[in-house]
Design a protein around this ligand. Structure first.
Ligand code: PMP
Length: 407
């Protein structure tokens, strides 16, 4: 086959073979080391985004590469008709991380949430009978782009072109206890919620809201799903952010950092659901393969240790203090948001102007060698590799401070 070869590989390109839903130009990166990415010209970028909260252990890890290499030589794939030791080991590790009976492996955050929704509906149908399939999600939530997960993600731009979506999904205001009490009924199969709204503005769940969610779901026999795709595996300094905010979920969904940058997701389910599931009712070809699971075992061995977790907590506090200083110093900077090493700072107001300014700051930061993310309309989001140092945090904050001085 003849391939098109005339494209030019420089450091930035508009000419891409990807759908128009991705914004051009693309910056082309070549390699990574620690908390830095390098492009073709060897320009160095401090990474405050980790590939959207994925690369928790940073780049260029010999230890992860060596685990993957060895496992690839031994065995790459067997499907879920069979299993392998790395998958069993990871499964047991994950179910021991809480009160879980089984793990459904998948390949992405959306897929983990699809599985959670399906297991919750299966439970509701078999325990409460037909018709109790509603799902409650919240304003500013993000649960993914596949049709089920998208149905629970109330952003007009993401949903509008693809309707009709899943029937029976309703939305209530995040952290509004009164609204929650009004809307929930035994007709709901599940509530899906993020302990910290990663994409939608970095609001943290209040203790009061978590407590009421726990009790209402228990009372009405509704499956409580914590979407910890972004917050799970120590992003907030604790294995799961649910524990930090006081949420007691039946199901936890995980993905982003789980396999150190390789695609893997996990939907952790309790015994009361698993005992109702029959062979063949849900499945996946690639999910939980030996390579991704072997790397994930290594990732968890590193991250789920008291010293690593304590270090993330202290760096999270350090980052928050640094952001508070920026907020005091610069008129354009407002409230500091988030938890642990998932933090943000408001830029202007949540309107068109704030959004534009936030975009400009992200662009200028990139020109100055710093990669940043956005959350909601106008929140600068910072989710660095968990192995970032205090001096790297200082360096990034200084770049942001200099930009805020100019805008
Ligand atoms: N849930 C949350 C909380 C997320 O942050 C994301 C991704 N940003 C997803 C689900 C979807 O994950 P994926 O893009 O891997 O499907």
């Amino acid at each position: 086959m003849e391939y098109r070869k005339e494209y030019e590989i420089t450091t930035e390109t508009y000419d891409v073979p990807f759908p128009n839903n991705y914004a051009v130009p693309f910056h082309i990166f070549e390699r990574g080391e620690g908390c830095y990415l390098f492009d073709k010209n060897d320009k160095k970028f401090l990474d405050f985004g980790s590939g959207i909260a994925v690369n928790a252990l940073g780049y260029g890890r010999e230890d992860l590469a060596s685990v993957a290499f060895k496992q690839m030589k031994k065995l790459i794939h067997v499907s879920n008709l069979y299993t392998t030791e790395p998958s069993l080991e990871l499964g047991f590790k994950l179910i021991s991380s809480g009160n879980f009976d089984a793990v459904h492996f998948g390949n992405s955050g959306s897929e983990a949430n699809e599985a959670a929704i399906k297991y919750a509906r299966l439970y509701s149908k078999r325990i409460k009978g037909d018709g109790k399939y509603k799902i409650l999600a919240f304003t500013n939530a993000f649960h993914g782009r596949t049709l089920g997960a998208l149905s629970c993600t109330p952003t007009e731009k993401y949903q509008e072109p693809f309707g009709p979506l899943l029937p029976g999904v309703e939305f209530s205001d995040f952290n509004d206890v009164e609204a929650l009490e009004k809307v929930l009924s035994p007709d709901f199969a599940a509530v899906i919620v993020e302990p910290v709204q990663g994409e939608g503005g970095l609001d943290v769940m209040t203790e009061e809201f978590a407590t009421r969610l726990n009790s209402l779901c228990r009372e009405l026999d509704i499956i409580l799903i914590a979407d910890e795709i972004q917050t799970g595996i120590a992003r907030t300094g604790f294995p799961y952010a649910s524990a930090v905010v006081g949420l007691e979920p039946d199901i936890i969904t995980l993905s982003k950092p789980l396999a150190g940058g390789l695609p893997l997701s996990a939907t952790l389910i309790p015994k009361k659901i698993n005992k109702l599931v029959k062979a063949g009712e849900h499945g996946t070809t690639f999910g939980g393969g030996p390579v991704t699971c072997a790397v994930a075992n290594k990732v968890l061995d590193i991250i789920f240790t008291p010293s690593f977790l304590a270090d993330v907590q202290s760096k999270g506090d350090y980052l928050a203090k640094g952001l508070e200083k920026l907020s005091e110093k610069h008129a354009a900077a407002g409230k500091v948001k988030g938890l642990g090493l998932l933090r943000g700072i408001e830029i202007g107001k949540p309107d068109e102007e704030g959004m534009k300014l936030c975009g400009e700051i992200i662009k200028k930061a990139m020109d100055n060698g710093l990669l940043l993310l956005r959350s909601g309309k106008n929140i600068l989001r910072i989710a660095p590799p968990l192995v970032i140092t205090e001096s790297e945090i200082d360096k990034g904050l200084e770049i942001i401070s200099n930009i805020l001085e100019e805008v």
